[in-house]
Design a protein around this ligand. Structure first.
Ligand code: AMP
Ligand code: DBH
Length: 546
């Protein structure tokens, strides 16, 4: 494969490293679509996907994929073109993504919660040629969003809508013809799609994942979780999120020949009946949802007896909550500590309760390199906490089109600076102790403080702002904006409405706004966010009156 075929703006692994990963059998040269094609050949009529009352066999799913690939191709979508895909938990997500994989075009995986600000940014940053969305979901009309996004994105030629397309291109029109004029499949070493980063600076970053590296993490995850063709995976979290997509998630289930069941919402009301009806064997949740399920399971008597494994990750799970999973849900718990940039850690089936309840697992691969360092990038003593740096066969070497940021986010020798503070047990298990990145983890939804601060600074009555995490019993953390006003302070709800009107995803809108005259400063004169976090935490405890 010549260098010039590589996607511009992608940082590949050094050649010798790539050769090693191939020689070790991590990268096997199969694309994501080829995996599905192979499963369709062998498993044909077995059910792959359940979406409401619709059931797709492996063969049917793959037939739709080829039809959609043809449809995208007829629209002019070619290898390496970017297509922003923003779909709820519906079968069309898989059809669209695998069709784009077949063409070598790159889905950009937006979340349903993203709004005009984020979608415009993804389209602009990636020069997306098309945007695929649903007509509406959870009371939100994505066609209105598309109308706002399109004028700001000159490269965007097509808006494809699942459902009532109004003036846009109907999804079903992509599936109309069977003129098989598809170009050759892409190389598995190429970038397959762009995943999203929770980020900590400026605007969200895009994460280029290759077929080779992603499928390795998927296969290895499926093996660690012992998935088989009898596994039934309930996708309760948003389908495009890295956790339910790959750890081992929906893709791991399809790899194993099992069955994926899509839940429209992650609530017990939606999920418990689905678990019973489909005899679900495993699912993945973020900690606040796990708590909600535990409470609900105690109060109701749904038949959840098919459930064998509950995975919890995305944010820190308390040891107390971890200990409640087995007695209440009568299934095993697995903690999962992962990142869309790559590295994923799992507790293992044979871990004792101490490891299971108190650690976030150990890496997938013997070739995941873990470095735990102090503020000067020097290794800490074994067992001490420090910054987690990592490198390995499925961890990226750079964000997409982010040359300058990459200098800070990666070391010169290619380690990703995760921004997590961890310590490692002698067994290799990691304990997540905190975070050095300027991010709020709102129950698994990551908020880059600087991004939201910039939105707020655009308000004429805001002189300066600092966004910090505040403790929350349900979500673990919520966001609090400390604001220095310019002139008469605006009302908090006016600032929140201002962000909403600018099309910022709802989860990023500050949960609380505190007006102050000045910020505490560190010795070098930076805003002391730690002091602000402590201030709001004390206020919430009632130590300082509001
Ligand atoms: P992202 O880079 O947006 O994919 O988010 C990944 C980040 O989520 C990690 O770097 C951690 O900060 C956080 N995270 C994921 N899983 C866990 C977990 N089990 N415990 C604590 N933090 C987690
Ligand atoms: O939070 C995450 O990004 C995450 C959590 C668990 C993840 O990307 C993953 C597993 O793969």
């Amino acid at each position: 494969m010549s260098e010039s075929r590589h996607l511009q703006g992608w940082v590949p692994w050094p050649d010798d490293v790539a050769r090693r990963y191939r020689a070790k059998g991590y990268w096997i040269g199969q694309t994501l679509e080829q995996l599905l094609a192979e499963r369709a050949d062998v498993l044909g009529g077995r059910i792959a996907l359940v979406c409401g009352e619709r059931r797709f066999s492996y063969a049917q799913l793959h037939r739709h994929v080829l039809q959609a690939a043809n449809g995208f191709h007829r629209l002019g979508i070619r290898a390496q073109d970017r297509v922003v895909v923003q779909l709820p938990n519906i079968a069309e997500f898989f059809v669209a993504c695998f069709a784009l994989f077949r063409l070598g075009a790159l889905p950009v995986l937006a979340l349903p919660a993203h709004r005009q600000a984020e979608i415009t940014h993804f389209c602009q940053l990636s020069d997306a040629r098309a945007y695929v969305c649903a007509d509406h979901d959870a009371g939100f009309d994505y066609r209105v969003l598309a109308r706002d996004v399109q004028p700001a994105c000159p490269a965007l030629r097509h808006v494809i809508v699942v459902g009532d397309a109004q003036e846009f291109c109907p999804w079903t029109s992509l599936l109309e013809h069977d003129g098989w004029a598809l170009p050759p499949s892409p190389a598995a070493s190429e970038v397959a799609f762009l995943q999203l980063s929770g980020g900590s600076t400026g605007l969200p970053k895009l994460i280029p994942r290759t077929h080779d590296d992603y499928l390795y993490s998927v296969r290895a995850s499926a093996d660690i979780c012992a998935l088989t063709h009898n596994s039934v995976y309930l996708c309760a979290l948003p389908v495009s999120h890295n956790f339910p997509l790959s750890s081992p998630g929906t893709l791991g289930t399809l790899y194993a020949g099992g069955r994926v069941v899509l839940a429209p919402r992650p609530t017990p009301d939606e999920c418990f009946p689905l678990i019973k009806r489909e005899r679900v064997t495993l699912t993945a949740l973020v900690p606040p949802l796990a708590m909600l399920w535990l409470d609900a399971a105690r109060k109701r008597d749904d038949d959840l007896s098919s459930l064998q494994l509950l995975q919890v990750g995305g944010a820190r799970l308390s040891a107390e909550a971890a200990a409640r999973v087995k007695p209440i849900l009568r299934c095993r718990l697995q903690q999962v500590f992962g990142m869309a940039e790559g590295l994923v850690n799992y507790t293992r089936a044979d871990d004792d309760d101490v490891l299971l309840h108190n650690t976030q697992g150990r890496p997938i691969s013997p070739d995941d390199e873990i470095r735990i360092v102090d503020d000067d990038d020097q290794p800490v003593a074994p067992g001490c906490s420090g910054h987690l740096l990592t490198r390995g066969p499925y961890t990226i070497r750079g964000y997409y089109r982010a040359q300058e940021h990459n200098l800070r986010a990666f070391t010169a020798d290619g380690f990703y600076r995760s921004g997590d503070i961890v310590r490692q047990m002698p067994s290799g298990h990691l304990v997540v102790e905190g975070r050095s990145k300027d991010q709020i983890n709102r129950g698994g939804e990551k908020i880059a403080a600087e991004e939201v601060e910039n939105y707020l600074l655009a308000h004429p009555a805001v002189h300066d702002v600092a966004l910090v995490a505040m403790p929350d019993a349900h979500l673990g953390e919520k966001s609090c904006a400390f604001v220095i006003a310019q002139g008469t302070p605006p009302r908090a709800i006016d600032l929140q409405r201002f962000l909403r009107e600018r099309g910022v995803a709802p989860y990023k809108i500050p949960d609380r706004i505190e007006f102050v005259d000045r910020f505490p400063k560190t010795s070098v004169g930076k805003v002391n966010k730690r002091a602000l976090r402590e201030q709001i935490a004390r206020r919430l405890q009632g130590v300082i009156p509001s």
